[in-house]
Design a protein around this ligand. Structure first.
Ligand code: SF4
Length: 243
């Protein structure tokens, strides 16, 4: 059982071995399941010990999907201090119209405090450290208080994610990772959002198929993969959350 309870979750009651066994079973049972079936399984299996990670980019369908089976579910939003105004607006819209509890996951330092310690624009000089301080450390502390988390990973995002499964063992966080929309295309995602009136980030339809912090995101060029506009020009493709 995890001892750290700095997050908003109720903590863990299952051991890592018990959670791993659940993943093994789910890998068989849910291999070809639909997104609602995967979300329903996660809600029924973990209840309040399940959280949804949402970047308020292309993944606002996730809180909607999970809240159908688990009203009031905790939705973790990494408030890095570097978001586009459209992303903050999307977070506020999700909190207003969905039956979810949005949690702003905050870094230990404000941007001003980080600038004072490391110098301004750390993201230009050392994006790995910046992501570590503003995303990875805060989400690690938060996830320790849940048994499972739901992510918006899709196989078509890039080559690293091409073999992602609906339910996986998250070795880094020693917990269950649920990827209900893993098999969806970008059009599937927009179709669900349209059908259910889910608020979407306006940048998605303005040439940004993948949206992160404003200083580290640009529009991909024609022919590039969806995440090519993230940390463009540096050898970095993931923020460290999905290692
Ligand atoms: Fe910093 Fe960029 Fe990572 Fe945001 S995406 S935490 S600005 S390096």
């Amino acid at each position: 059982m995890a001892a750290t309870l700095t997050g908003h979750g109720p903590g863990r009651t299952r051991s890592a071995d018990e959670l791993r066994t659940l993943v093994e079973r789910a890998s068989r049972d849910l291999a070809d399941a639909s997104a609602p079936e995967i979300a329903s399984w996660a809600a029924n299996t973990f209840g309040r010990r399940l959280a949804v990670a949402c970047s308020m980019a292309g993944d606002t369908v996730l809180p909607h999907l999970v809240a159908r089976y688990l009203p009031g579910v905790d939705v973790l939003f990494l408030e890095t201090g570097y978001h586009f105004a459209e992303t903050i607006g999307t977070r506020d819209a999700v909190a207003a119209v969905m039956d979810v509890s949005v949690v702003d996951v905050q870094p230990a330092q404000t941007v001003a405090e980080q600038d004072a310690e490391h110098g301004p624009r750390l993201y230009e000089r050392n994006p790995g450290l910046c992501c570590g301080l503003r995303k990875v450390a805060p989400i690690n502390a938060e996830l320790a208080s849940y048994e499972a988390w739901v992510t918006g990973i899709r196989r078509e995002d890039n080559a690293n994610r091409a073999h992602a499964l609906p339910v996986e063992w998250d070795q880094t966080h020693q917990m269950v990772k649920v990827n209900p929309i893993v098999a969806w295309s970008f059009d599937d995602l927009l179709g669900y959002a349209s059908e259910h009136s889910v608020p979407i980030n306006l940048l998605l339809t303005d040439g940004y198929p993948s949206i992160g912090c404003e200083p580290c995101t640009r529009r991909p060029k024609p022919g590039e993969d969806a995440r090519a506009g993230r940390w463009a020009g540096v050898a970095k493709t993931e923020c460290g959350l999905h290692l």
